[in-house]
Design a protein around this ligand. Structure first.
Ligand SMILES: Cc1ncc(COP(=O)(O)O)c(C=O)c1O
Length: 388
């Protein structure tokens, strides 16, 4: 019996994603990096490294993890780095992308013992995002240098550009983004040898147009033969539908409808459900053995009123709004039942917190042979250690 609460990452689901990404690499010759911000469960890195060329980091600590545990190329980008951070990064990264000419000037003055490739993040001022907080091209964005800000600056020492402006998107928004980049920055592209098209490509989603992605990358390379290396740095697509969070119902209290209180917390363990917000898919199944997706006999959570028994699923913290949402099931939800939340590997395990002293979920891996092993249990020291 898998203890709860636990995140379970399913190696066969990761493998399925890696096979698709390997196909994109094969068809286009591009390089693919894992965006560590989305998924940093390093026990899976050796498996992912067989397909991916390296990883991209948003901080010194992520870069160090990539360097220590992933291998391959380590790239870094952040809105700004302190001088101390730049010094530390210079020891572990191969590529660094700056968000301004001022940051690049600061870095170029540092003595360096290793060769580091330098790029600039551009803002093509072309929005594809529907949610402003996830749109790097939204008005007043701090992310990326706009075309007008290139005036008066030399690109000497810069070998590539980076552009990230998608979020959970299909290939059509990517194709339109490439057009916008060429329109705004076309005159600068002949000076580059690489281009990084960021993340947000939902490549491993069932309806993703992989052919259009590949055609767009190949056509871009044909038009710009000097740009010999293309990068994609998806996070979500690497770990999409590859992990679950399993929780046990501790009690069922009554209001206008039954409210099941879980041994997991939405605020602590799945904060994106509240922040984004979104409604996770979930199910109950006494025969479940750690798979990332439900079997045909699972009791999948339906919309309110869709199935006979509607229940609210809530967390154990003090926050009144610590609520996952309302779902309906074939039978009443009772104390001791297990609820399995789907698609919890990316942007969830990396975002947990210990608000209220609520313990972090265990981390378990379901191997390619189907065996589930708990690889990490947290305790009081994890709560105390980050507070003083
Ligand atoms: C610069 C950069 N690269 C890559 C990613 C990964 O995006 P995703 O996980 O949506 O593929 C992000 C996400 O915010 C990002 O900001």
């Amino acid at each position: 019996m898998i203890p709860t609460p636990s995140f379970i990452v399913d190696c066969s689901a990761i493998e399925r994603n890696m096979c698709l990404l390997a196909e994109v690499k094969k068809q286009t010759g591009c390089k693919i990096l894992l965006a560590l911000k989305a998924f940093s469960t390093f026990g899976l890195f050796p498996q992912m490294r067989k397909t991916l060329d390296g990883c991209c980091a948003s901080s010194v600590d992520e870069a160090r993890l990539g360097w220590e545990a992933f291998g391959g190329e380590v790239h870094a980008f952040a809105a700004a780095f302190s001088l101390a951070e730049m010094k530390n990064l210079a020891e572990v990264v191969d590529h660094i992308t700056f968000n301004s000419f001022a940051q690049w000037e600061l870095f170029r003055q540092l003595p360096k013992s290793r060769e580091i490739t330098v790029g600039l993040r551009i803002n093509p001022e072309h929005s594809e995002g529907h949610t402003e907080i996830y749109d790097p091209c939204a008005r007043l964005s701090r992310l990326g240098i706009r075309r007008a800000s290139f005036a008066g600056h030399s690109l000497e020492g810069i070998t590539g550009f980076h552009c990230h402006n998608l979020c959970e998107q299909n290939a059509e928004p990517f194709a339109r983004t490439v057009e916008a980049i060429e329109e705004k920055f076309g005159d600068l592209l002949p000076k580059l040898t690489w281009f990084n098209f960021g993340g947000g490509h939902h490549i491993t989603r069932e309806d993703y147009n992989v052919d259009l992605l590949c055609d767009t990358l190949l056509a871009f390379r044909m038009r710009h033969p000097n740009i010999t290396t293309l990068y994609l740095e998806p996070g979500e697509a690497c770990a999409l539908n590859a992990g679950t969070l399993v929780a046990t119902v501790l009690d069922v209290v009554e209001n206008e409808r039954p409210i099941a209180i879980l041994d997991a917390s939405c605020a602590c363990h799945t904060p994106d459900v509240m922040e984004m917000p979104y409604r996770p898919r979930l199910f109950r199944d006494p025969k479940w053995a750690g798979e990332a997706t439900p079997s045909p006999q699972a009791d999948k959570g339906g919309e309110v009123g869709e199935k006979p028994y509607t229940v609210r699923l809530a967390g154990a913290s003090c926050l009144a709004g610590d609520v996952f949402g309302d779902w309906s099931f074939d039978t009443p939800v009772k104390t001791g039942d297990r609820i399995i939340f789907e698609d919890m590997a990316h942007y969830t395990m990396v975002k947990t917190n210990t608000f209220n002293g609520i313990r972090l979920p265990n981390i378990a891996l379901r191997g390619l042979d189907g065996e589930v092993k708990v690889v990490k249990r947290f305790d009081y020291s994890d709560f105390k250690g980050r507070l003083g």
